[in-house]
Write a protein that binds this ligand. Sequence first.
Ligand code: UDP
Length: 315
Amino acid sequence: MKKVLITGAAGFLGSHLCDRFIEEGFYVIGMDNLITGSIKNIEHLFKLKHFEFYHHDVSRFVHIPGDLHYILHFASPASPIDYLQMPIQTMKVGSLGTHNLLGLAKAKNARILVASTSEVYGDPEVHPQPEEYWGHVNPIGPRGVYDEAKRFQEALTMAYHNFHGLETRIVRIFNTYGPRMRVNDGRALPAFLSQAIRKEALTVFGDGSQTRSFCYVEDLVEGVYRLLMSDYHLPVNIGNPDEITIKEFAEEIIGLVEDEKLEIIYKELPKDDPKKRRPDTTKAKEILGWEAKVSRREGLKRTYEYFKQVLNEST
Ligand code: UDP
């Protein structure tokens, strides 16, 4: 039986990956320090004999007894508010954490996939963003702690590949959404959905003309799985190219909850907020035969059901 270590296992993406690898017949070791993750996301796995959980911070030395075949490094604060509040942990998990896991992969002769991000492109001057674009990042701005940690992570991963011949994979993840996102993580989708469900005004930052392209979590997980199993070691964008302005996105959510009386209020645009973002997914199509399948309409419907349930439980 193949063993996989998933860091950030109690988080949004990590928990969905745990589910997928269990389904595929792996022995899954989940690891999380629970600073942004929640045990609730993986509670259902604790009864399985092919799952175990280590409460551990990967920025410290990581020890796994016995064989290990695959590592997926998904631990990190991931929303702009989280990394503003935890700048040093964010830098440590992307740098020291990555170093520990690359060392573990080397010791175990395991293949490692690291979660990178569209943030490596910063506030992009090329649109849409192909993997060849080097990015436009402010290293000392508020998002720099995340962006530069992830850029360092990519450089270190490539160094282990080139110098030690380690089997490495790098996925650049664009905005992803779905059940198990934290209601209060500050990102646009959880903010808008929870505001709409509570019948509060939706807070659009700036004039809402900035764009994003939202990918449903099930599609993302499929892309990550295919990339891990491929033989391609250079970065691959995984995201849904269906681009929308944030204002239109807020309006879509008002439509979804069927309450046309809901208002939009405009707040200050955070510093260095990217003006445009859309993945060029040519590589994912060519190399992995992958493209996003779940429409925003369908994905939002499923996510809405989840948020209603969570918000009902908390009131
Ligand atoms: N945003 C917004 N209202 C909110 C939260 C976010 O208008 O309550 C905007 C944010 O400024 C950005 C976009 O929505 O332009 C997406 O933000 P998010 O935090 O989801 O992630 P990002 O793509 O910026 O990392």
